[in-house]
Design a protein around this ligand. Sequence first.
Ligand SMILES: *[C@@H]1O[C@H](CO)[C@@H](O)[C@H](O)[C@H]1NC(C)=O
Ligand SMILES: *[C@@H]1O[C@H](CO)[C@@H](O)[C@H](O)[C@H]1NC(C)=O
Ligand SMILES: *[C@@H]1O[C@H](CO)[C@@H](O)[C@H](O)[C@H]1NC(C)=O
Ligand SMILES: *[C@@H]1O[C@H](CO)[C@@H](O)[C@H](O)[C@H]1NC(C)=O
Ligand SMILES: *[C@@H]1O[C@H](CO)[C@@H](O)[C@H](O)[C@H]1NC(C)=O
Ligand SMILES: *[C@@H]1O[C@H](CO)[C@@H](O)[C@H](O)[C@H]1NC(C)=O
Ligand SMILES: CC(=O)N[C@H]1CO[C@H](CO)[C@@H](O)[C@@H]1O
Ligand SMILES: [Ca+2]
Ligand SMILES: [Ca+2]
Length: 599
Amino acid sequence: MKFTKLSRYFVAFVVFSVLCAQSGCLACTLSNRAGAQAEQKDWWQTAQFYQIYPRSFQDSDGDGIGDLKGITSRLQYLKDIGVTAAWLSPIFKSPMVDFGYDIADFYEIQAEYGTMDDFRELISKANALGLKIILDFVPNHSSNESEWFKKSLKRERGYEDYYVWHDGKLDEDGKRIPPSNWLQAFRGSAWEWREERQQYYLHQFAVQQADLNYRNPAVVEQMKRIIRFWLDQGVAGFRVDAVPVLFEVEPDENGQYPDEPVSGNTDDKDDRAYLKNDLIENRPETIDMVYQWRQVMDDYQRIHGGDTRVLLIETYAPAAYTMQMYGNRTVEGAHLPFNFNLITVLKQGVSASYVQLAVDEWLKNMPARRTANWVIGNHDQRRAASRYGVQRTDAMNMLVMTLPGASVTYQGEELGMIDGEISWEDTVDPAACNSNKDIYENFTRDPSRTPFQWTAGTNAGFSNASKTWLPLAPDYQTLNVDVENSSANSHLKIYKSLIELRKSSKTLQDGSYKYKALENNFFALKRYLTGEDTLVYIANFGNDTSTVDLQQDFDVLLPAAMTLTISSLDSTKTSGSEINTKSLSLAAGEALILSGPAN
Ligand SMILES: *[C@@H]1O[C@H](CO)[C@@H](O)[C@H](O)[C@H]1NC(C)=O
Ligand SMILES: *[C@@H]1O[C@H](CO)[C@@H](O)[C@H](O)[C@H]1NC(C)=O
Ligand SMILES: *[C@@H]1O[C@H](CO)[C@@H](O)[C@H](O)[C@H]1NC(C)=O
Ligand SMILES: *[C@@H]1O[C@H](CO)[C@@H](O)[C@H](O)[C@H]1NC(C)=O
Ligand SMILES: *[C@@H]1O[C@H](CO)[C@@H](O)[C@H](O)[C@H]1NC(C)=O
Ligand SMILES: *[C@@H]1O[C@H](CO)[C@@H](O)[C@H](O)[C@H]1NC(C)=O
Ligand SMILES: CC(=O)N[C@H]1CO[C@H](CO)[C@@H](O)[C@@H]1O
Ligand SMILES: [Ca+2]
Ligand SMILES: [Ca+2]
């Protein structure tokens, strides 16, 4: 029997009321009030998502490479810190040219990561703990080692147009050249010649990542089949990779692809940023494909019931484009298009005014009744603590957890892990290997992929191998889960208390917001809700200690004294103490969450 959303909550409310009548506890009375509200949020709207990079999380068999059994053995950790749902970077069969983002079989698990049985075990352990597992869906391309590609190469029936093939064109000397000047993400041409077919194929990423042809209905159907296949295995949804590059412009009336204009952003002609890329990114057809995937997931839900399966998508794109991913007035799209503004905008500089710009860019463009989300890192970026500055580790974690909506953690951000140091000899990322020894550090993504730091022991407790697939970051003996969990205070302890606050605070879940960059590089955020405590986040993004009058510079409604609820690690202020909001002094990087009565 299925309930509509409203009636399901109503049933939960009745059951709860009965329990309460028996126990007569105060907590129940308070929860009743919340349960009775019509606008109850769905699980993903206030979720704490956590990205696992499987290769680097936990190795269970001593080959130096993380795996599914390793993840299963660490699920309790995720539960302990309060995570709602973990999304796993790709675990599918792959030659590992781009470490799993080059999938050879979308229906198989990569052998070095484990088996389908290991995956089922992972799902069942996660379910038992009340954790949700989300998979990475990589629809733009497959590995060139996939059966589909091999068949397409031979023009086998049904596969001729699985990829984007083209004859190329002739230059002035009659020499064959690629169809267009398009560049791939990892340097150089996006076209690769194949003798067998006497044609070029398109690859927006590495040569070994051939773009699937979304103008072929058989491809569209195949990808929907993949979604249903993994939903059948019990996953709670998908995080979809590299969505903006799904469709490219159609060929013109002569069957030719137009060249991209030069951007003027760099002189490096192999760097994708050399061109504008409007013809190969952010096409309108892509938005409709996202709506179609949502339909597949909603249909699945209608048939099979259970909690909402979520669609999270990766879009580094301008707001006007990204916001359409949520859906339009008649059609639903992604539950959450990932918001990378705190990464991209703050690359210009880390300051309160850039934080304000990043937050504005999302909240001022987001359509009504949609859910915001905040991301500060992933396996493509330098680690958050290294990018924002180590002394701002807690300030950033506190920010993403007090802003409205869902928040996303990349593994290690809860510990304040910093970039590993990877020599050219140890470099394995294609984005770096396709460059050279002198410039690879500008392109490498390896430093944020070093093994997770569990203990001060061998290989940080990640693996028993004599050599791990990437070297450990040098600081693992002092920066790890064991040390941080047994210290009186640590980034990890602060992170845990932030999640606890999010889970217990109606103000953070449902409250309104107001925020402002103040003149002395302080950023202030107020969350408030009728009848509930008001919470204020305040952080000093500058390099010097300074003092602010929060009432005068931020909000006259704030009380003159508020209670310190959570503070950054280096703060000398005592939790639970009274803070004078009219004269608040913060050291560089210091951040506080204050609470006070509703106003
Ligand atoms: C932290 O330590 C506590 C107490 O020893 C233990 O119960 C908990 O499982 C540990 N958590 C982690 C994440 O290691
Ligand atoms: C995939 O691409 C790589 C690099 O061009 C090449 O060495 C390999 O032979 C290709 N595999 C297939 C099946 O085409
Ligand atoms: C919403 O999207 C659908 C599917 O792409 C499209 O057919 C429809 O015209 C759009 N509606 C609005 C109001 O934009
Ligand atoms: C590498 O990055 C540095 C610092 O951002 C910059 O000055 C330099 O021009 C970059 N070099 C290349 C080859 O992109
Ligand atoms: C490493 O080896 C020890 C001793 O054999 C064992 O107890 C432990 O479980 C192993 N850990 C991993 C991560 O393989
Ligand atoms: C803070 O120091 C960093 C590094 O020294 C510098 O790049 C930045 O501009 C400084 N910020 C301010 C606001 O002075
Ligand atoms: C953050 C993220 O998932 N990045 C991936 C985007 O897609 C390319 C190609 O699949 C990968 O190389 C990135 O790691
Ligand atoms: Ca392993
Ligand atoms: Ca594409």
